[in-house]
Design a protein around this ligand. Structure first.
Ligand code: TPP
Ligand code: SF4
Ligand code: MG
Length: 347
């Protein structure tokens, strides 16, 4: 009797989609670029969290990093804005439809150099958005000039040494009002995946600075954003574990003091303390810890700060629950009588 060899069904997530539905176009970035590894983790996190691709808005500015949204989630909405202007475009988009999940990908140049003015205002508003900086310390797309996150003493391939202090985007974001702030490394799959999944569950501004080596312009001896440097100097402050609300499993952890955070959607984030007495809800201490790390030339990673209670900008505006983008004109446009009344009141 001939045996029928049925093709196995692809594995699906809890909304019935296989991971292929979360993939994007083929990357045109250099092989080995950290940004490609981050796109892979975004795909995995969105798939494992069962986010509907059509409910996601992918935003970016300009740079190799900002090209990344083309390489994940082809079924999602996408807007590649002007250099450093992703925050204002994203603010408009999320106000128009706050029922969407907003994921922005920027670069260290796009954020901390040309885009700093927009970045700081985005952080102080606590808009519901995940803002990722793919941080390689250089302007990769324009051939490797230092960006404002480059460390003092870091050396370019040409031998030029950076003599200016770096801007710590995490310390800034915490101080300004972002409610979930952390740093990771594109080479640390486990930590980055857990942080991205927790970011998806968070309601408010998530700012993740992900060290993402540029293999073409900033991965040599003397660079402080290279794979080797990160492998030798990455100091995690907590071991990040995440369990989604629909999963009924325990986080697999070695013993140690833990800090549990309940997320808005019922998921839980468990941070096992690696740095003694580190409380991720203590804002002043988070900034102080980052400042001290700079003095010791340490690169801290992990979840530095989290606040699940602070209202978002959307909550503060007290706007209707229905997306503004889909409200009919009869609701959004005041009638002529209202305009006439206003004009009369000014006479
Ligand atoms: C208004 C404007 N100024 C300058 C440029 C040139 N430019 C393009 S990308 C870029 C820097 C990108 O660096 P980063 O954001 O760190 O991205 P990476 O390529 O390193 O991922 C610059 C200066 C531009 N496109 N537009
Ligand atoms: S130039 Fe650098 S940042 Fe750009 S794709 Fe290549 S490795 Fe990545
Ligand atoms: Mg860069």
């Amino acid at each position: 009797m001939a045996s029928a060899t049925a093709t196995p069904e692809p594995k699906v997530n809890h909304i019935g989609l296989p991971i292929v539905e979360y993939r994007g176009g083929k990357s045109t970035l250099c092989a080995g670029c950290g940004h490609n590894a981050i796109s892979e983790r975004i795909i995995q996190a969105m798939y494992e969290m069962g986010v509907e691709p059509e409910r996601v808005m992918k935003m970016s500015g300009i740079g190799c990093s900002s090209k990344s949204p083309a390489y994940f989630m082809s079924r999602s909405h996408s807007f590649n804005s002007v250099h450093g202007r992703m925050p204002s475009v994203s603010t408009g988009a999320i106000l128009a439809n706050s029922t969407m999940t907003m994921l922005g990908v920027s670069g260290d140049g796009d954020t901390a150099s040309i885009g700093m003015g927009q970045f700081v205002h985005m952080m102080r508003r606590n808009l519901p958005m995940i803002y990722i900086i793919e941080d390689n310390g250089v302007y990769g797309l324009t051939k490797g000039q230092f960006s404002a996150t480059a460390d003092i003493g870091s050396k370019l391939k040409t031998g030029v040494i950076n003599e200016l202090p770096p801007i710590d985007t995490c310390a800034m974001a915490i101080q300004l009002g972002a409610t979930f702030v952390g740093r990771s490394f594109s080479g640390d799959k486990k930590q980055l995946l857990a942080m991205l999944k927790a970011a998806i569950a968070h309601k408010g501004t998530v700012m993740l600075d992900v060290i993402s080596p540029c293999v073409t312009f900033n991965d040599h001896e003397g660079s402080t954003k290279s794979y080797k440097f990160m492998q030798e100097n990455d100091e995690p402050i907590n071991d990040v574990g995440f369990v989604a609300s629909f999963d009924d499993i325990e986080i697999d952890y070695e013993s140690g003091e833990v800090y549990d955070v309940e997320m808005h959607d019922g998921s839980s984030l468990r941070l096992r303390k690696l740095l003694e007495d580190y409380d991720p809800t203590d804002k002043a201490n988070a900034v102080k810890t980052l400042m001290e790390a700079h003095q010791k030339d340490e690169v801290l990673t992990g979840v530095f700060y989290i606040d699940t209670k602070k209202p978002t900008f959307i909550d503060q505006l007290n706007i209707v629950a229905e997306p503004l983008a889909t409200l009919p004109e009869s609701v959004t446009r005041p009638p002529k009588s209202a305009l006439d009344g206003l004009m009369a009141s000014l006479q």
